[in-house]
Design a protein around this ligand. Structure first.
Ligand code: ADP
Ligand code: MG
Length: 258
């Protein structure tokens, strides 16, 4: 579905370089980008979101370079939830989520039935129907994050990108949100590409992980194959043990006296 072909990127400052990332993102799966702070996770995700274009190489969507895809058309295929989101003050949940329909709207025409259905669906799957008329600023952190996901869902794209969707949420809301993302993947076949920090959450919720280190992709595969003890030490500099237990699945914890 999505392919990185030797994608390189550098900011004007030049002290960071995304270096020739090549990877395939399978359709209908959950792919998680991992790596320490500053390793290039968000930069990589932004190349798929078309927030910046690769300086070399290309991101392909169904074989076509996304650089040549018009923005409106692209927004019907790929939706993104960034890490930091600011809602306009006083806006209601429903109004903000309706922004997801902009890629479908034509000038001088209001919301169509299809637009309204998409907004209703997005509010329903994110459990926000009851908050429809509430102002976004009055919601809890967990609910607010759901609103941004609902906005992305209203775009009705086959691909959803999320940058650290669980940041700032307490444990309950972290797992609540990851369960929601998983159910969207399972029920609607949504292809998910997200950035996570927590290796145990990556183990539980990913089909594939992409591990970044200093702008390079150093591992790519199912979490239990990509996240070995050696790899975790190499990338994060921490000695962790990786285990499997029937009731838990794969998990990792730091060794004592590491
Ligand atoms: P991660 O998401 O893995 O923490 P990022 O992709 O955000 O890392 O950043 C990778 C590197 O690029 C970091 O060194 C960061 O300081 C730098 N960087 C990120 N965004 C910008 C920007 N807009 N301008 C210049 N440098 C940036
Ligand atoms: Mg980041």
């Amino acid at each position: 579905m999505l392919d990185f072909k030797e994608v390189s990127f550098s900011y004007d400052s030049k002290n960071f370089q995304l270096e020739k990332v090549t990877a395939h993102i399978p359709k209908g799966q959950v792919t998680t980008i991992l790596g320490p702070n500053g390793s290039g996770k968000s930069t990589l995700l932004k190349t798929v979101a078309k927030a910046h274009l690769p300086t070399e190489g290309a991101v392909l969507l169904r074989g076509e370079d996304i650089a040549t895809c018009p923005m409106k058309q692209f927004a019907r295929r790929v939706a993104v939830v960034y890490q930091q989101n600011e809602a306009p003050s006083d806006i209601t949940v429903e109004h903000l989520v309706s922004y997801g329909r902009i890629p479908y709207q034509e000038r001088f025409r209001g919301m169509t039935c299809e637009d309204e259905e998409a907004v209703d669906w997005a509010l329903s799957v994110t459990g926000l129907e009851g908050k429809r008329h509430h102002p976004v600023y009055a919601l809890s952190g967990g609910e607010r994050q759901r609103v941004w996901i609902a906005l992305a869902l209203a775009q009705k794209t086959p691909i959803l990108l999320l940058d650290e969707p669980t940041t700032y949420l307490d444990l309950y809301y972290q797992y609540d949100l990851l369960d929601l993302i998983q159910s969207l993947n399972v029920q609607y076949g949504l292809t998910v590409v997200m950035v996570l920090h927590d290796l145990n959450q990556a183990f539980r919720y990913s089909d594939t992980v992409l591990v970044m280190k200093e702008g390079r992709l150093v591992a790519n595969g199912p979490p239990e194959r990509a996240l070995t003890e050696e790899r975790i030490y190499d990338v994060y500099g921490i000695q962790m043990t990786v285990r499997y237990e029937e009731a838990i699945g794969w998990y990792t914890v730091p060794l004592k006296g590491r």
